[in-house]
Design a protein around this ligand. Structure first.
Ligand code: AMP
Ligand code: GLY
Length: 420
């Protein structure tokens, strides 16, 4: 099978690494890819949100199977275009991708199948939204309806913060994504992420994870795309996992099918768990980054079989053989991230590191130039390790970091603190 992975982040490098180990992978192409992916795949340039261009690339390269990494191409209908061209594709249609692209849509789906989630109201007018927030009081959560690169959610502990947030969103801070606002009840509890494949009908859980969104140790500082993650998430016990599948995930998958927009791809569900009861925080329609890195570390080559079975709507025939293991990934980011940072600084020491089924450095914002690896993004490397315990995985990951020579980068030193 000739396989194309669309994207250029640590998530896509981890997918590429897992897929490449499977003997069913004859040729691996990544578009656009990064320096790490270039070591194991042919990297070609393409506009990943341009369906016609992606289809043309697949035809030119004789691609049999496409894995779409990020949400923007999915929301733009790239998976629809690929399927229309007869190319087997992992990733939901634009209509099913609304589960991430519209928070109000997800709430409607949850309502229709009684899936436990926060109580909410929807607004398109600033004054009505402010009146509602004032009546409800803080803490309260304000969300721009559409895709806002992870920045459209304000968890307001004070009323004024909520009112300011509404001014910001209706003032156009997120463009069209903020034309509608969802205002939610604040949920207390511990958060965890759960990844489930759905072929439109059948579902297959492929792991749990927890990430660290804040930039500094102790979960301080501004939010980022994620500074590290580990899998499994201890809070997702077998009982919580079963409840999440029975009360939330399968009912939502069934509701999407009932609406004529079956969901095919990975559902990345965020849950708030309190007293053993999961409630849905949100769905994403793609793997998390960096959560994918720890999932792929644990799944290895079998990830390809599962994703391919999902895309071919035969997930009922697929299974995952779980090892009793743990994985952790620690993000190395450029000094200044998530604010402004320098590009083009050199990273040394990567060649000397062991790369095997227990130790991997997944690349995110890197490029290679004249034999050097240069940092060209905010989140740059994902140092990832597997072990018999979370502590062992953690020790391995931090040992690897000690060997990387990149004075212009930083990382959190406390990834996994909640679980350890
Ligand atoms: P989202 O983009 O919907 O995942 O929201 C970003 C983050 O805001 C989540 O990961 C939670 O930490 C927090 N959050 C979102 N909705 C709620 C809620 N209803 N109650 C408490 N925290 C929330
Ligand atoms: N790590 C969070 C995300 O991928 O959305």
């Amino acid at each position: 099978m000739n396989i194309l992975i669309l994207g250029s982040g640590g998530r896509e490098h981890a997918l590429a690494w897992a897929v490449k180990q499977n003997p069913k992978c004859d040729r691996l192409v990544c578009a656009p890819g990064n320096a790490g992916m270039a070591e194991i795949a042919d990297c070609l340039s393409v506009n990943t949100e341009d369906g016609a261009a992606v289809v043309a690339l697949c035809q030119a390269e004789k691609i049999d199977f496409v894995i779409v990494g990020a949400e923007a191409p999915l929301a733009a209908g790239v998976a629809d275009d690929l399927r229309a061209a007869g190319i087997t594709t992992f990733g939901p249609s634009a209509k099913a991708a609304l589960l991430e692209a519209s928070k109000a849509f997800t709430k409607e789906v949850c309502d229709a199948c009684n899936a436990p989630t926060a109580a909410y109201a929807r607004f398109t007018e600033l004054e009505a939204a402010k009146a509602y927030v004032t009546e409800q009081g803080a803490p309260i959560v304000i969300k721009a309806d559409g895709l806002a690169a992870g920045k459209g959610v304000i968890v307001a502990m004070e009323l004024q913060e909520a009112l300011d947030g509404l001014d910001e969103i209706f003032g156009g801070a997120f463009g069209d994504a903020g034309a509608e606002v969802v205002i939610e009840e604040f949920m207390e509890g511990e958060e965890a992420s759960f990844f489930i494949l759905s072929d439109g009908k059948n579902i297959l859980p492929i792991g749990t994870a927890q990430d660290h969104k804040r930039v500094f140790d102790g979960d301080e500082g501004p939010n980022t795309g994620g500074m590290g993650a580990y899998s499994p998430a201890p809070v997702m016990t077998d009982a919580v996992t079963q409840k999440a599948l029975d009360e939330i995930v399968q009912p939502c998958v069934d509701e999407m099918a009932r609406r004529g927009t079956p969901y095919q791809g990975v559902l990345y569900a965020g849950f708030m768990i309190k007293d053993g009861q999961p409630r849905l925080v949100e769905y994403n329609v793609r793997f998390g980054d960096p959560e994918c890195q720890v999932l792929m570390m644990r799944l290895g080559a079998q990830a390809l079989d599962a994703l391919h079975a999902c895309a071919e709507e035969r997930l009922d025939t697929a299974q995952i053989n779980w090892a009793d293991d743990h994985a952790m990934t620690v993000v190395l980011a450029a000094n200044g991230y998530p604010g402004s940072y320098n590009k083009g600084t050199e990273i040394k020491g990567l060649d000397a590191l062991t790369s095997d089924s227990k130790n991997m450095v997944f690349h995110a914002g890197t490029k290679s130039e004249d034999g050097k690896v240069l940092a060209v993004g905010g989140r740059v490397l994902n140092v990832t390790a597997r072990g018999g315990s979370l502590q062992e995985a953690r020790d391995r990951a931090y040992d690897m970091i000690d060997q990387i020579d990149w004075p212009e980068g930083f990382h959190r030193k406390d990834i996994g603190w909640r679980a350890l």
